[in-house]
Design a protein around this ligand. Structure first.
Ligand code: PHE
Length: 385
């Protein structure tokens, strides 16, 4: 009996056995054997128990996993070429044909479960790592924002723009002319011949005998009239240059605003009306305007235009030299000699012109007492506008 028993055990001789039992509750329950040395375990352990053990093991290992590298290590250990599950699968061949499908099914299912466990953990770790990364990169809302330095429009440009708007509203158009100008346009055509004493007031920077930096914007009047016939209503703004030493009221470079209107029957009354409208728009309705006789070679009659002092309201103070008036521009009826230079018939057309310094207007408007402040580029000054 003993002999027989031992012989029957030696069906698979000298090899430790494992009895495989299908999952509980399964029909066609039929135990089978698997060679225990391949799973390197105690004799007699059930394959089903072994797979359970493997799963338990991987679950506890997964709990200790810190990063994706650890997961990869586990994958190799369990499912890799020499992994525990792979080795078991490889050995299925030694089972009998009836045992093989069950065992294979169990192992493959285990493999899938391990794959799922690894994948779930992998996703979890990736999510954690991403969150960590995002937290590291996160916006620190307690950090003060970076200040954007905003530029400001230069006070001269502000004034030029404002003046342009006023004249545009009256139907004037904006024209331009060159800063490097011909003697002809700057003087000659404006009725200032070579030897005329009026040239002394506007000493220029000469590039050659005939080319200079314009001393005023009046040459634009000539350039416009040469191009077209009346009616004309234009203003021209821009830089002008004079050989003046810089002081609180003089600068070798400054800006002017020129105006010209030419048509049939333009009178001095039109000039007064337009310029009074301008003063009221620019400085306020309560300003008084005075037209004082003056002299310019290219206008006849000519006037200096004064506005009642903004500081003392015309009572007299140091700003207005105790006269109550501040001079803001030169103006007049266009001289017939100028019309002849551009080929207009002075019997048919009449017109008026005016010219003012942008710096002077800005100084009056903003209460600035030194023209040099405009060009020193001191931010403490410029930031105020
Ligand atoms: N161009 C003159 C100046 O610079 C001003 C002016 C312009 C006077 C137009 C009369 C008419 O002084």
């Amino acid at each position: 009996m003993l002999n027989k028993k031992s012989r029957s055990k030696r069906v698979v001789p000298r090899k430790r056995l494992i009895i495989f039992v299908p999952l509980p509750g399964e029909e066609n329950y039929k135990p089978f054997f698997i060679l225990s040395r391949f799973i390197n375990d105690e004799e007699g352990i059930l394959l089903e128990n072994k797979t359970k053990e493997i799963k338990k093991e991987i679950v506890s290992e997964l709990n200790r996993v810190k990063d994706l590298k650890d997961i990869e290590k586990l994958r190799v250990e369990y499912l890799g070429r020499k992994g525990v599950v792979t080795l078991l699968l490889r050995k299925l061949g030694i089972l009998s044909p009836e045992e093989r499908p069950k065992a294979g099914q169990l192992l493959n299912q285990t493999k899938r479960e391990i794959e799922d466990l690894l994948k779930t953990k992998e996703v979890e770790i990736e999510k954690l790592e991403k969150e960590k990364r995002l937290q590291g990169e996160g916006i620190d809302i307690t950090l003060p924002g970076r200040k954007i330095d905003k530029g400001a429009i230069h006070p001269i440009n502000l004034v030029l723009k404002e003046i342009e708007e006023i004249f545009l509203s009256l139907g004037f158009k904006i024209e331009e002319g060159p800063e490097v100008e011909l003697d002809y346009y700057n003087f000659e055509a404006l009725n200032i011949p070579k030897d005329h004493p009026a040239r002394d007031d506007q000493d220029s920077f000469y590039i050659s005998r005939e080319i200079l930096l314009r001393t005023h914007t009046s040459p634009v009047e000539i350039r416009v009239m040469e191009k077209q016939l009346p009616p004309i209503r234009i203003i021209a703004t821009g830089k002008c240059y004079r050989r003046d030493a810089a002081d609180s009221t003089h600068s070798p470079m400054f800006h002017q605003i020129e105006g010209l209107a030419v048509d049939k029957d333009i009178t001095f009354g039109d000039l007064k009306g337009v310029l009074t409208f301008f003063v009221h728009k620019m400085f306020g309705k309560d300003r008084k305007v005075r037209f004082r006789p003056g002299y310019f070679p290219f206008t006849e009659p000519s006037a200096e235009v004064d506005v009642s002092c903004l500081l003392c309201q015309g009572k007299g103070c140091s700003a207005c030299g105790y006269s109550g008036w501040l001079e803001i521009m030169g103006a007049g009826e266009t001289d017939p000699a100028v019309f002849k230079m551009v080929g207009y018939d002075p019997e048919k057309y009449s017109g008026f012109a005016f010219g003012m310094g942008a710096e002077r207007i800005a100084m009056l408007k903003y209460g600035i007492n030194d023209i040099r402040l405009f060009f020193e580029n001191d931010l403490r000054f410029l930031k105020q506008f």
